[in-house]
Write a protein that binds this ligand. Sequence first.
Ligand code: PD2
Ligand code: ZN
Length: 306
Amino acid sequence: MPVMDAAWEDWLATNVKRGCTVDSMVDAMVQAGFDSLAASAAVQRAVSATSATSAGAAGEPAAAHVPVSTHADGGTQASPRKIAQGEYRYDASPIAKGNLIHAFDRHVKVLMRCERPQVVVFGDVLSPDECSEMIERSRHRLKRSTTVNPATGQEDVIRNRTSEGIWFQRGEDAFIERLDQRIAGLMNWPLENGEGLQILHYGTRGEYRPHFDYFPPDQPGSAVHTSRGGQRVATLIVYLNDVPDGGETIFPEAGLSVAGKQGGAVYFRYMNGLRQLDPLTLHGGAPVRGGDKWIMTKWMREHAYI
Ligand code: PD2
Ligand code: ZN
């Protein structure tokens, strides 16, 4: 594998300034022999460094891969309050204390907590039957997943995200409503601030390269998404099956990896009360090495998502 030397750093800085997409740079590095994880992390660092220099916004990463809702209807205008600059300050997490959290209709186990970044791993958020029901409801309706082009806000099918997905509208029937309520209780965030549940399916070799879930504030395409409900503040990924091999959720900047277990979930929070965004929440879905992987994702916004 090539090494990340000064020549590569220069190449990255030049291409970021030229406006090349993250994917094109990652692809070029992978072609040159870099491991995809190392390439993604290097590109994200270069994008962050360049946006910090050009916008004077130290600590505000300019992410590129933002999964979005495909719901098309309009919504309320989010407050245009500025994102605070400077080093991310860890304030109190909304997640309840204790080893067992009462979330609407279920007691959920806390298996692991990390403070920097704020990550919590839960067991038994959904029962095995509920996981199977979500998979069966989704199996025949899957479409290739997209990511947001940060320049335009449009969705692109690109190689960094090899999965298929489907969205359920919030509260679309009694079963979904119950899961929405439980998840809002667990995340301790208003139900109406949640996007609809998204189901994702990865086959063998499917992966989702490292990215941020929040909309990069300095990218023109983000305004399209934050105009409805404001910025994303936290994510819950629920594992709907046991993956035979691979498919961990990884946090490369934190050196953390979560191997999913059916019904369990990983929570991470990236926007604090000052509206700063936490660059340590860079995360991805590692390649599935055997079998397939099903997850369900809930993204919470700072305002009602109507
Ligand atoms: O599949 C995953 O583990 C994963 C990892 C990172 C999913 C997402 N992000 C996502 O849907 O945003
Ligand atoms: Zn993500």
